[in-house]
Design a protein around this ligand. Structure first.
Ligand SMILES: *[C@@H]1O[C@H](CO)[C@@H](O)[C@H](O)[C@H]1NC(C)=O
Length: 646
């Protein structure tokens, strides 16, 4: 799907880099089974929460607070007797879906030109002001028919390709007061799979604003779009909600029905920026590794030669001195301190345990997505899979934390076992709870219901915490990771370091590269989070995740090497914090995104945005910090294991 838009040479390059494009278009193969309808069968239309979308004027997003479709201020028609909640997955609820039944009646293959959804409703002054504000903020209606979102047909100016947006406009804010769309022409594409069996393969809604519609003697009159329906803010306004349904035969097969929704905005740019950054980063990492490798080989050869000279022939030392090799210098000097346990080793091991858990969870989620288990028809499956995997990998968190702590020679093992599953998830949950409170105060449907919160806490305590305890138990039962050299009794003096090896400059330098690795993809992740778009570019994400791991490991190892060469052996926290600094850049990027792309207005939007950004950055900090630490640990084990020490 993506390759089609590339010229042959670039396509070749792209294919060489990864099989990602094929995978990304094939990922919805398994998952949901198709539903077939006979002619005249009723096809349910469900309504989801209203969300703001990018403004057509300036592309800015003016709200991140979703509202329930049946929020009393909107005055939408309700089904008889009452709207019912649709069963949803945990991930779907947490990520904001509130799917309910609707009064719209759709019958497979049966066109309707004009129907009223209910009797005319009255907008009082308060409702009108509320609804007008939502129109001004470019709110979209999100309807679902057979798992497909009802979109509007859009066209990319440059490439002239058409695609379906996910959601359609509540109204039009180009006139004042804004026009409310009170008539919907629902166009449904269907495909005949076998004779007499029809499947829904596309849903479009063309909304329009009609002041002259109404119900006369029980017969609906849909009027026309000549005069827009504007809600007055000084007196009551009567509004009739009307709709028409048009069924259009389509050659699109059910298996490819998502293609026109999952539209990549200019895939060429995406591939080029990704390939560019990949080449630069791989080149950089290779340079780092090769320089380091040569330097180390020389160092190790020198150290071992010095040793053998000392042992075999004392007079040989003078020859060695003439060679320009004097005495031990550089990283060998700190061999008696490099495996000294860091300060606050309990804290570090707890972070590392959680980082390992996140690392495996992220990798496994992307793998699941690449294998095609996360269909966009299965709403919230991404969120659900993340929650389930995070819960199950509690075992790995406990295990990693325990082993690291034991290797640090930690004594407070009970505290370690307890803090590993409680500290980081607890912090995350408390922040989430606070932000949720903000949403709830605002009457937003984005607030996760209390029962869901209880379920999340229950899953955490009943499954994740015991698994983490079990992991810790296994970890503590195993041997500590043995250091290749003995640690001296008395710590060595550390000479003053060079400027850029000081904590802050080195952190800022090291953190920049892993951030650069994900920078390209971050833009798309941000738009899918805040503009509520389906994220599906897992091929790209997979590449970026791999790139990030490699660069993160390479630059942190380089930092640790320079630290040790300057005889500073406090590398544990330095490696963790330096690699984790990329999260600081992620947060800065989020702030820049806020300034350029969002115009939230008001305290709630700002608090929510910054709160969620800080939360994501914190998790990213732990993730990258852990990658940097374990890479450095392996490195230190390796280099001190390969020199002889008398
Ligand atoms: C229903 O409307 C569509 C779109 O106008 C049209 O293509 C189709 O032929 C109509 N179907 C019937 C059964 O009239």
């Amino acid at each position: 799907m993506l390759l089609r838009d590339l010229s042959p040479s670039h396509a070749l390059l792209a294919t060489l880099l990864a099989a990602a494009p094929q995978l990304s278009s094939a990922f919805y193969l398994p998952g949901v089974a198709p539903t077939s309808y006979a002619e005249g069968d009723s096809v349910p239309l469900y309504v989801n929460a209203l969300t703001a979308s990018a403004s057509q004027k300036d592309g800015a997003l003016r709200s991140i607070v979703p509202y329930d479709y049946y929020h009393p201020m909107f005055q939408f028609c309700r089904p008889d007797p009452e709207p019912e909640d649709r069963p949803e997955s945990l991930g779907s609820i947490i990520f904001g879906d509130r799917i309910k039944t609707s009064p719209f009646e759709l019958k497979m293959g049966v066109n309707e030109t004009c129907k009223a959804a209910c009797n005319p409703v009255k907008f009082d002054v308060g409702s009108a002001a509320f609804t007008n504000d939502k129109i001004f903020r470019d709110f979209d209606l999100n309807w679902l028919v057979d798992g497909l979102p009802a979109g509007q047909l859009l066209e990319v100016d440059k490439t002239k390709t058409q695609f379906y947006s996910q959601g359609f406009k509540l109204g039009n804010s180009e006139i004042s007061p804004p026009a409310l769309n009170n008539h919907y022409d629902i166009l449904i594409d269907y495909h005949e799979s076998t004779t007499g069996q029809f499947r829904v393969v596309g849903v479009l809604v063309q909304p329009s604003s009609r002041a002259n519609s109404g119900v006369h003697d029980g017969t609906p009159d849909c009027g026309d779009a000549s005069t827009p329906m504007q809600l007055a803010t000084d007196h009551e306004t009567t509004v009739t909600w009307t709709y028409g349904v048009y069924w259009r035969p389509s050659p699109t097969a059910w298996g490819t029905r998502w293609d026109k929704y999952l539209h990549v905005f200019d895939p060429k740019i995406h591939w080029f920026s990704l390939i560019n950054s990949a080449i630069i980063l791989v080149f950089l990492s290779l340079t780092v590794v090769s320089i380091l490798y040569r330097a180390l080989k020389k160092d190790i050869a020198r150290y071992n030669r010095l040793d053998s000279i000392d042992l075999e022939d004392f007079s040989g030392t003078s020859a060695a001195l003439e060679d320009g090799v004097q005495e031990d210098s550089g990283w060998k000097l700190v061999h008696g301190d490099v495996f000294r346990a860091p300060k606050y080793s309990l804290m570090l091991s707890v972070f590392l345990g959680n980082g390992a858990q996140l690392f495996v969870m992220t990798g496994a989620t992307i793998a699941f997505a690449l294998l095609g288990f996360l269909s966009p028809s299965n709403r919230g499956s991404l969120g659900s899979v993340m929650i389930i995997l995070y819960t199950l990998f509690g075992f790995i968190g406990g295990y990693a934390s325990a082993r690291v702590y034991k290797s640090f020679g930690g004594e407070a093992w009970k505290l370690n076992i307890g803090l590993t599953p409680l500290l980081v998830p607890g912090l995350v949950f408390c922040t989430f709870f606070l932000l949720n409170f903000f949403l709830w105060v605002n009457g937003s449907s984005g607030a996760v219901p209390f029962t869901t919160m209880v379920v999340v806490v229950a899953i955490w305590f009943v499954i994740s915490v015991p698994l983490s305890f079990a992991g810790s138990w296994v970890g503590f039962r195993q041997q500590a990771v043995a250091a290749p050299v003995r640690t001296n009794q008395i710590p060595r003096q550390i000479p003053p370091g060079t400027t850029w090896l000081r904590p802050i400059p080195s952190m800022l330098l090291v953190g920049l590269l892993p951030f650069a690795a994900i920078f390209v993809e971050l833009f798309f992740i941000m738009s899918s989070i805040w503009f509520s778009k389906v994220y599906y570019m897992f091929g790209f994400l997979f590449l970026c995740y791999g790139l990030m791991i490699v660069t993160c490991a390479a630059v942190t190892i380089l930092l640790v090497y320079f630290l040790l060469c300057s005889e500073n052996y406090h590398w544990h926290w330095r490696a963790f914090l330096a690699a984790g600094t990329s999260a600081f850049y992620v947060f800065l990027h989020a702030v820049a995104y806020w300034v350029t792309k969002l115009q939230l207005g008001g305290l709630t939007g700002g608090v929510l945005y910054l709160g969620y950004s800080a939360l994501i950055s914190f998790l990213f900090f732990i993730l990258t910090g852990t990658i940097g630490f374990f890479a450095s640990w392996m490195f230190v084990q390796k280099i001190y294991g390969s020199i002889k020490i008398d």
